[in-house]
Design a protein around this ligand. Structure first.
Ligand code: UT7
Length: 322
């Protein structure tokens, strides 16, 4: 039996940092409100000229070095992103070119905050069925480009960043299980209402910003994290005690705490980076994983559960023997 294992990991954050205090000067908000309601203290923001592909590439180079492979070994590139550089070509193709890789399949997955889990699920299926042996799975976002910096309800929540894992074929797990889901019923609760085919509001050309009904999304996020966790545990036929680390999507500290509580997972075993990174959508899980691997919390052989929830709605989970 062939499994996919994480052979290397890397991440990248833009150098520019915007603190809650900085936001106080731009909109009617306060550091206190943001920390209390979200747990966020600061976020990294892409500078002019930095793009989703440039930060995704930086994360990919680190993951490639960590896995001790050559770009020529890569035979699949999947990028989870909702903020691609351009309408086309895909961000995956742009990164492929920058890496000097030619010929292998490279494509983007649009599942918003669940993008990394969707990409991981797909790459896992490729590897298990012999369609690839060494895959780059990237989550990369420049959400600052679709943030309305005048809307205090959303401007405080998002950040930019990228994370990448190298998945390699192995005779041992690896990825133990993945689940991905969607329910398009809730389109209006969290969306960018303008776009290529719908078109743009002629009076606000280019104003394609994130719009969210925060309360409603919050409720669904907490319920869904609980559902995902239960589905994952049932699939594993195991107990929460078998999971060493829980790495959830980083949207709001209150959502993470509620999810951990429902799961019965002590907070010491939950990786939270939302304070430093804010919500980086599809980049948030690989960013958090990389941080916990670098600081020595997550070690080789540990069992790690990922769970994500995002616009669509989309949601998903993965359990990995790191
Ligand atoms: O990535 C997955 C998708 N995203 C999420 O999972 C995010 C889900 N939602 C949330 O995280 C939370 O709903 C928010 C952080 C967005 C909002 O927190 P909340 O506790 O749901 O606050 P609220 O929207 O009910 O607003 C409470 C009050 C309101 O004032 P009034 O009407 O009570 O006078 C808002 O106008 O807080 C006000 N408010 C703010 N005040 C200061 C909203 N945003 C701000 C702000 N600074 N930035």
């Amino acid at each position: 039996m062939t499994y996919a294992r994480i052979a290397g990991i890397g991440s990248f954050l833009p150098e520019k940092v915007v603190t809650n205090k900085d936001l106080e000067k731009m909109i009617d908000t306060s550091d206190e409100w943001i920390q209390e309601r979200t747990g966020i203290k600061r976020r990294h923001i892409a500078s002019e000229g930095e793009t989703t592909s440039s930060i995704g590439l930086a994360a990919a180079r680190r993951a490639i070095a960590d896995a001790a492979i050559e770009p020529g070994d890569i035979d699949l590139i999947i990028v989870g992103t909702t903020t691609p550089d351009k309408i086309f070509p895909s961000t995956a193709c742009i990164i492929q070119r920058q890496l000097g890789v030619r010929g292998c399949p490279a494509f983007d997955v649009q599942a918003v905050c669940s993008g990394f889990i969707y990409a991981l699920d797909l790459a896992n299926r490729f590897i298990k069925t012999g369609g690839a042996r060494t895959a780059l799975v990237i989550g990369a976002e420049t959400l600052s480009r679709i943030t309305n910096w005048d809307d205090r309800g959303t401007a405080v929540l998002f950040g930019d960043g990228a994370g990448c894992v190298v998945l390699q074929a192995s005779d041992k797990p690896g990825i133990v299980s993945t689940h991905i889901h969607a329910d398009g019923e809730y389109e209006e609760l969290l969306q960018v209402r303008y776009g290529v085919s719908v078109g743009y509001d002629k009076t606000q050309a280019g104003q394609a910003f994130i719009e969210m009904n925060g309360n409603a999304v919050f409720k669904r996020a907490v319920e869904t994290f609980d559902k995902i966790a239960r589905e994952t545990m049932a699939d594993l036929d195991g107990a929460v005690g078998d999971i060493d680390w829980f790495v959830p999507h980083q949207a709001n500290m209150r959502i993470i705490t509620a999810a951990a509580k429902k799961l019965g997972m002590p907070m010491e075993r939950v990786i939270a980076t939302v304070d430093e990174h804010a919500n980086t959508s599809s980049a948030s899980i690989p960013l958090a994983l990389d941080q916990a691997v670098r600081d020595g919390r997550i070690k080789r052989g540990d069992t790690v559960m990922f769970a994500a929830f995002g616009a669509g709605f989309t949601w998903g989970s993965a359990v990995v023997k790191y």
